[in-house]
Ligand binder design. Structure first.
Ligand code: GAF
Length: 391
């Protein structure tokens, strides 16, 4: 059953009120541009076919209830209670519920007459792998965001809805993430990547016609689960902020590749390597956009490979499973491969000839088995559509 049908069924089990509608939004893979978003830099993600759906019914009592197929029990609060729950550095409701309730809180703050908004029952279902670095959380935020924008008649554009999703992530869940995932989910289009300047939020699509080029994007979910509210992600972000402060710039976006020699003399060795990753990764995003536009996806393999090496060696966010996935894919003919998303687990992507996709997948499975790693989950992910109303 698809996510929209599952959400609709779940809603029917919650309330007899008719559904106002069902909306869905995709997860994303990042083609290139990792840990650049919160440094005011450039990213180039694309929406994947996996989606999260939100079925919504209004209710007259000013309360909001969220339920999901991946949680035991619904969570219900009064709408005005949202302002007492958030912002919070730690989720004050079960973590899964902080995503949709955080979006409702952030969107309610944008309404002209918040007290007049109707209460809601929201049922959520998803086929985006959780904890795989494929933005299952942004998919929830975008699906709920577009649903509430319609039901509450807010008239917001995609960038404002993405901003509400990011507020939920940062201020309701407490994960110090950037804006990439929400913008990718909101702006994704078939056969295209989303080129986003994270400083200005100017975005445009760039052709990513993998099928036309005889290629597949193979996603290799290592099944090593990660979480961005804890640990390494925040440490990397702090190192970038430290580097920018020591170099006297507002953000690492303002450091050019040619400035790196000077930076090496000013920063401690670890901070320098964190900075070098971000600075060179920004340039790789620009180079990838230029290569896609001039020559198409067969021209970007070297940039993907260099990006992975930078994350592995300079930013140190890869894990052995991701490195093995990338190395094995490359050894079996992939044009390029890299880990995607925040790191410390999650998924890698490999750009492979369509005819070789099965063989590359089999080789990755065999290498994981030989290394004693948990079996990876593999699927192809053509660049796909953004949010839509399903019913
Ligand atoms: C996670 C975050 F949510 C994004 O904002 C981004 O920083 C990414 O990691 C790394 O590029 O997905």
């Amino acid at each position: 059953m698809d996510a929209a049908s599952a959400a609709r069924l779940l809603l029917a089990s919650l309330t007899e009120a008719p559904a106002a509608g069902v909306w869905s939004a995709p997860g994303r893979a990042n083609l290139i541009g990792e840990h650049t978003d919160y440094n005011d830099g450039f990213v180039l993600p694309f929406a994947i076919p996996h989606r999260t759906a939100a079925a919504v019914a209004t209710r007259p009592d000013g309360r909001i209830r969220v339920a999901s197929t991946f949680a035991d029990a619904p969570v219900e609060v009064a709408l005005e209670e949202l302002d007492r729950l958030f912002p919070s550095a730690v989720p004050r409701v079960p973590e899964w519920a902080a995503y949709p309730l955080g979006v409702a809180w952030a969107l309610r703050a944008l309404a002209h007459a918040p007290a007049a908004l109707p209460g809601l029952d929201i049922a959520i279902a998803s086929d985006v792998p959780v904890g795989a670095g494929l933005s299952s959380s942004a998919a929830i935020e975008s699906a709920v965001g577009v649903a509430l924008d319609d039901v509450w008649e807010l008239g917001l554009d995609a960038v404002r809805i993405a901003g509400a999703g990011r507020r939920a992530e940062n201020e309701a869940v407490g994960a110090p993430t950037g804006i990439m995932d929400q913008m990718a989910s909101m702006l994704g289009e078939p056969d295209a990547a989303v080129f986003l300047d994270c400083r200005s939020l100017a975005a445009r699509t760039v052709p990513l016609r993998v099928r036309e080029a005889g290629l597949d994007v193979l996603v290799i979910d290592t099944q090593v689960r990660h979480a961005h509210a804890t640990g390494g992600y925040g440490e990397r972000r702090a190192a970038c902020e430290r580097g920018a402060a020591e170099l006297g710039v507002p953000a690492l976006r303002d450091v050019a590749v040619d400035d790196l020699d000077r930076a090496a003399g000013l920063l401690d060795e670890t901070t320098f390597r964190r900075v070098r990753h971000v600075v060179t990764e920004n340039q790789r995003v620009l180079d990838t956009v230029a290569a896609l536009e001039a020559e198409g996806p067969r021209a970007i393999g070297g940039l993907l490979i260099a990006s992975h090496a930078s994350m592995r060696d300079d930013f140190e966010i890869s894990v052995p499973e991701l490195d093995l996935a990338v190395d094995t894919a490359l050894a079996h003919g992939a044009i390029g491969a890299r880990m995607t998303g925040g790191g410390f687990g999650g998924a890698a992507i490999a750009l492979v000839d369509h005819e070789q996709a099965d063989a590359v997948g089999a080789a990755v499975r065999a290498s994981f088995a030989a290394a004693g790693f948990r079996a990876p989950r593999l699927f192809t992910a053509p660049p796909s559509a953004g949010p839509r109303r399903d019913a």
